[in-house]
Design a protein around this ligand. Structure first.
Ligand code: NAD
Ligand code: MG
Length: 402
């Protein structure tokens, strides 16, 4: 007999960033739920995207949201035309994305890339929605503020980032005193065993060719530098209130074990799954229940072995930069994230080399350390620091490119 999941499948969902890697996987999970539990499962309130108006319109026609929003204001006319006669509302522009997040719905999947997600994510937090948080940059950039907003509104935060979703499933907060260590695993990315000389001339194509996961360009580059794991340590600190010395990283090239939680009695619990984001997405949409997902299943007999190693700080300096910022606190993580976003874009645009990413981040941080300890009390303060760090990082990139 099939379980009654109607209280789960009747949840109304908003997907911010529906055309990206996580957005597409989210709609895939919803399509599977509609096949499995009924065509009316997970009614959709809004789908948003930044520029891919064709895919957004196609998704809207298939998934029938009440509204579709395109972030790039210049494409609003095209979206409206493509949705003519469907009865689906459309809107365009940055403010429209934020307003879309504020519209009533039960669950908001935050799958926008970068700190651009901060304002829409906060709009959803402030109305007390359940936030399925895939984006990590917003919580790195505005950790304390984000956490406070969640506490004040009574919003529910479910991490979707695979390691944090795994930790969320493993952590027993009633016994928080006994949590000795939370270890996030990293695949090591495509350059795990490359010497620095080879990394120095790595191309964007090589950097985004991730061995295990298929992801957007920005997070793929972050995985190649290990900055992704650095951002994730900061994310874990803010999500779970864990001090830096209780957080660790292990390189695990098979990406099967996503997180390990070690308790005071010597027990270590691990979360395993095939590397497929549809698993944490389905978990977040159904929490605290469990539902069917179309994800790849784990076959340990086929895999034969799982290996673990310590990350190399020499070849992957971004991890240390992030750990230092985590310990410093204040605006250091905000600046780290902003400088990294700029550096990654410059690398993807072939203006700087792969190893320059860490240099840009490091130079931006050292130029800004003097006033990076005060924590702004509002979003504008964070956005201000974010903008200043971006300008500085941009200047440093130009100097390197010259
Ligand atoms: P992506 O680049 O594939 O998609 C990004 C989405 O955000 C697109 O829909 C795009 O239209 C939208 N977008 C981009 N810029 C925007 C802006 N300025 N305003 C509004 N919308 C904008 O990225 P992704 O790989 O799906 O990653 C999304 C987020 O999830 C990132 O923060 C990433 O770190 C995190 N994440 C991704 C994965 C993964 O497997 N892809 C895993 C864990 C965490
Ligand atoms: Mg992750």
């Amino acid at each position: 007999m099939m379980a009654d999941l109607s209280a789960v499948t009747s949840r109304r969902v908003t997907v911010l960033g529906s055309t990206g890697s996580i957005g597409v996987s989210t709609l895939d999970v919803i399509a599977h739920a509609r096949e499995t539990y009924g065509a009316d499962a997970f009614p959709i309130e809004v789908l948003t995207a930044q520029s891919n108006v064709e895919l957004l319109a196609e998704q809207a026609r298939r998934f029938r949201p009440r509204m579709a929003v395109i972030g790039d204001a210049a494409r609003g006319g095209a979206l409206k035309q493509m949705l003519a006669g469907t009865g689906i509302e459309s809107a365009a522009g940055r403010e429209a994305v934020i307003e879309a997040a504020a519209r009533p719905s039960d669950v908001v999947m935050v799958a926008i890339v970068g700190a651009a997600s901060l304002a829409p994510a906060l709009a959803a937090v402030r109305r007390g929605a359940t936030i399925a948080l895939a984006n990590k940059e917003c919580i790195v950039a505005a950790g304390d503020l984000f956490r406070r907003a969640v506490a004040e509104s009574g919003a529910t935060l479910i991490p979707v980032d695979s390691e944090h979703n795994a930790a969320f499933q493993l952590l027993n907060f009633d016994e928080a005193h006994a949590i000795e260590r939370v270890t996030l695993t990293a695949s090591g990315g495509p350059f795990r065993d490359w010497p620095s000389e080879r990394m120095a001339v790595a191309t964007p194509e090589q950097a985004v060719a991730h061995p295990n996961w298929s992801m957007g360009a920005k997070i793929s580059v972050d995985s190649a530098t290990l900055m992704n794991k650095g951002l994730e340590l900061i994310e874990a600190h803010f999500l779970f209130s864990l001090e830096p010395d209780r957080l660790a990283v292990l390189v695990h090239p098979q990406s099967i074990v996503h997180c390990l939680v070690s308790y005071a009695d010597g027990s270590t619990l691990a979360h395993l799954s095939a590397p497929d984001m549809r698993t944490p997405i389905a978990h977040a949409l159904a929490w605290p229940r469990r539902m069917s997902s179309p994800s790849r299943r784990l076959d340990l007999a086929m895999l034969n072995k799982l290996t673990f190693e310590v990350p190399d700080p020499e070849r992957f300096p971004c991890l240390n930069l992030a750990q230092t910022c985590l310990r410093q606190g204040g605006l250091a993580p905000t600046i780290l994230n902003a400088a990294n976003e700029v550096a990654v874009q410059a690398f993807l645009g072939r203006r700087i080399g792969f190893l320059d990413i860490a240099r840009v981040v490091e130079d931006t941080l050292s130029a800004r350390t003097a006033n990076s300890t005060a924590i702004p009390r509002d979003v504008d303060g964070i956005l201000d620091a974010d903008r200043q760090a971006r300008d500085l990082a941009d200047t440093i990139c130009r100097r390197m490119a010259a």
